[in-house]
Design a protein around this ligand. Structure first.
Ligand code: AMP
Length: 279
């Protein structure tokens, strides 16, 4: 497995791969890798001759400086993990390599950029759009792999690819969970054992809420029940919202012909976690 810190050296590797007509898969990550990331890498190595994983904690997408400082960084372990998975190359640039000047470009992502994560983390999706666009331009992959875990992010990247004609095939991988149902996340590393057990309630809430909604309970009742259960377990609910899967418009119930996504964000031991369920 090759490792690159500079754009120039990575580009030269990619040029070489393309000269040999190899297809290139890109898996963007912020490191502290786990089995969720492994699924993306495995999909890419299965579908492409060359898989490039970027490991970059992107300051532009953090609206909270403390969250950025506390974000886990485990590059040595990540490199070993990726090597075992058969990843071809890792791109782990310093911040200065990516942001060598003040960024003035701002993305207006419309309605979808303003709700849920966009509403609660101002500037977050602008930072995501910026780094993903940069990585797409640097790597110019045939395919790029993202997780359903960040569903709204996937929708926004899909919008970017379509509106800016990136010509990249996007792949969305299902959420990988632990044995208690907790969605794997790099942030879980910061939870105590007790916190990890409590955090599994997020998925439990999603599963139960789907059941209630399908059986005619109103979304308001569902949110109020969830809020109470989470509160009793020292978890602070930030949002629990039902949205149309295509438009990401808030909806009150699942209609017969449209899929919906139930999206949740909550704080466990002060760590912000997100999850979702499509039905
Ligand atoms: P991150 O390093 O958290 O920015 O995530 C990098 C990519 O991995 C994103 O596309 C995430 O959606 C995806 N990802 C993170 N956690 C999971 C998970 N539990 N299952 C599947 N994909 C995930």
């Amino acid at each position: 497995m090759r490792t690159f810190n500079t754009i120039v050296s990575l580009k030269s590797f990619i040029k070489d791969a393309k000269r040999q007509s190899f297809s290139v898969g890109l898996v963007p990550t912020m490191g502290a890798l786990h089995e969720g990331h492994a699924e993306l890498i495995k999909s890419s190595t299965f579908e492409n001759e060359v898989t490039i994983c970027s490991v970059f904690v992107n300051p532009a997408q953090f609206n909270n400086p403390q969250d950025l400082d506390n974000y886990p960084r485990t590059l040595e372990a990540d490199l070993q993990f990726l090597d075992k998975l058969g990843c071809s190359a890792v791109f782990s640039p310093a911040v200065q390599e990516i942001y060598n000047r003040e960024m003035s470009l701002k993305f207006d992502l419309g309605h979808i950029g303003e709700k849920l994560e966009g509403k609660h983390r101002p500037g977050h999706f602008n930072g995501v759009a910026l780094i993903v666009s940069k990585l797409f331009n640097i790597v110019n992959p045939d395919r790029a792999y993202f997780g359903q875990k960040d569903l709204q992010q996937f929708k926004i990247i899909d919008l970017l690819v379509k509106d800016l004609s990136f010509g990249i095939e996007l792949k969305c991988t299902p959420i990988v969970r632990d044995k208690n149902g907790l969605a794997l996340s790099s942030r879980n590393m910061r939870l105590t054992n007790d916190g990890l057990k409590k955090a599994a309630l997020l998925n439990q809430v999603l599963v139960e809420s789907e059941n209630y909604l399908v059986n005619g309970k109103s979304i308001n009742e569902v949110v109020s029940d969830a809020d109470q259960l989470l509160n009793e377990n020292d978890i602070t609910l930030e949002y629990l919202e039902l949205v149309d899967l295509e438009t990401f418009e808030s909806v009150k119930n699942k209609s017969d012909n449209n899929s919906v996504a139930l999206c949740i964000a909550a704080y466990v031991e002060g760590i912000r976690l997100i999850d979702n369920r499509i039905f």
